[in-house]
Design a protein around this ligand. Structure first.
Ligand SMILES: Nc1nc2c(ncn2[C@@H]2O[C@H](COP(=O)(O)OP(=O)(O)OP(=O)(O)O)[C@@H](O)[C@H]2O)c(=O)[nH]1
Ligand SMILES: [Mg+2]
Length: 441
């Protein structure tokens, strides 16, 4: 249980009885960041609630930058409820979602990109996703953008000083400014280029397995998750509902959906299954189309291709162990941008190929988690705006316009950087970000 604010220490002291009257350190009953053991008691009647540990942090040396007390309880719901009641009786109130981190941001302990990284770290489901969030929490992205922003603001000062006092301040060197802006644009471009993989790492991707009945869709799901997740049978139309599971590919959570075979439904039950397949398809980032390529494709195969056209698509020519009589025709049905894999879900190398192509098609393969990565939509939007403003400014300079004409574009790029780090951000944006946190963070 964490308590933060000017009253945090007085409030917890009223409910806490130290196990022994520990020596004061630096004149403080509760020295900085030292765990002390004692009884949590109800001040109303002195009743014992829990044998606890308590740590005190003194402003500004705490997570929020305020006085903070942290209670380590035994954690059962009854103990937690009693502790909460006692603290609220003593004058505390419940924290709002993300309020501790919001206060940390407002008190300058973290910048906004770092605060968002805290949420990413908590939500990270794979080790690599956690690592990428930790790099952001350590400030890799923030440092980069703070430097770029400061550079631009310095340039703006030079330009504006010259505009205001042309006799005293000489005109800044246009070539040097252009070189600077080009370097900035390249850095922003680099950050944006890595954002696809970074977002996949942060958010995961959805991948739907579709195809005609009996093609081997459920067999593929089972092979990918390495368990008998879905029923497999030789009867076409075995799978009726959407069956979901997840795998981790290079640290990215891939949410898999196995679906009912796409064909003209024979009954209402199958019709509902096909409707569900279509819905799953609509929300998918990636499609794996499984077809039985041991026989020539028919109407169902053509229909399945038509239903998934234009989507990022892996075409798996399955049942290669039974022959490849249909493989050439299936390849002709595929488009230039499709990735076609021939083999069998019964062969490990085919399943491995599917995983590799998922990574390539889904997020461009390799993700370098040691570098600063731009991983959320808000950051991508802001940096896209920065890139546009820099491009406009460079064009203006190329066309030989006076230098003060680029000021507004430079200001806009600086503002976009500031939005990411929170140096220039509105209250609504802040509320939106912190409301997505869980309570207590
Ligand atoms: N020989 C061979 N049989 C396969 C292969 N893949 C799947 N099968 C068999 O084909 C049949 C259908 O497989 P499923 O995985 O149930 O096919 P499905 O696409 O999920 O079918 P529905 O759910 O009915 O749409 C089963 O008998 C599988 O054992 C393969 O690569 N080779
Ligand atoms: Mg199936």
């Amino acid at each position: 249980m964490r308590v933060s604010g000017p009253q945090a220490h007085a409030l917890t002291a009223a409910c806490f009885e130290p196990a022994r009257d520990g020596a004061r350190r630096n004149g403080q009953t509760f020295p900085q960041a030292v765990l002390r053991r004692g009884w949590l008691r109800d001040p109303r009647d002195g009743a014992r609630i829990d044998d606890t540990l308590i740590a005190h942090f003194h402003a500004p040396r705490s997570y929020t930058g305020e006085d903070v007390a942290e209670l380590h309880l035994h954690g059962g719901p009854g103990v937690v409820a009693a502790c909460l009641r006692v603290l609220i009786d003593a004058g505390a109130r419940l924290a709002q979602p993300g309020e501790f981190t919001k206060r940390a941001f407002l008190n300058g302990r973290l910048d906004l990109a770092q605060a968002e990284a805290v949420a990413d770290l908590i939500a990270a489901e794979s080790e690599r996703a956690a690592r990428a969030a930790a790099v952001r929490l350590a400030g890799a992205l923030s440092d980069d953008l703070t430097r770029l922003r400061r550079d631009l603001l310095d340039r703006l000062v030079e330009i504006e000083a010259h505009v205001d006092y042309p006799d005293e301040v000489s005109e800044p060197d246009v070539a040097a400014l252009a070189a600077d802006l080009r370097a900035q644009a390249a850095r922003v471009e680099e950050l944006l280029a890595g954002s696809r993989g970074a977002r996949a790492l942060r958010e995961g991707i959805s991948c739907v397995i579709v195809g005609p009945p009996n093609a081997g869709k459920s067999s593929l799901l089972n092979a990918l998750v390495a368990s008998d997740r879905a029923i497999v049978s030789a009867i076409p139309g075995t799978t009726r509902d959407v069956i979901e599971d997840r795998i981790v590919v290079d640290g990215v959570i891939v949410r898999l959906s196995d679906t009912a075979g796409l064909r003209e439904p024979a009954d209402v039950l199958e019709a509902e299954g096909v409707a569900r397949t279509r819905r799953a398809l609509a929300g998918a980032d990636l499609v794996v189309l499984v077809v039985d390529a041991s026989v020539p494709p028919g109407a169902d195969e053509r229909e399945a291709f038509a239903q998934t056209v234009g989507r990022p698509r892996i075409v798996l020519c399955n049942k290669g162990d039974l022959g490849d009589a249909g493989a050439a025709d299936v390849r002709r049905l595929a488009g230039d941008r499709d990735v076609v894999i021939a083999g069998s879900v019964r062969w490990p190398q085919t399943v491995e190929r599917v995983r590799i192509e998922m990574a390539r098609l889904g997020w461009g393969g390799q993700i370098d988690t040691n570098r600063a990565l731009v991983a959320n939509a808000r950051h991508v939007q802001a940096l896209t705006r920065a890139r546009e403003a820099l491009t406009r400014a460079l064009q203006t300079l190329d066309e030989g316009h006076p230098m003060d004409v680029v000021s507004s574009d430079l200001r806009e790029a600086a503002a976009a950087y500031g939005e990411v780090t929170g140096d220039q951000v509105t209250e609504e944006v802040l509320d939106g970000i912190f409301s997505r946190f869980c309570v207590g963070k």
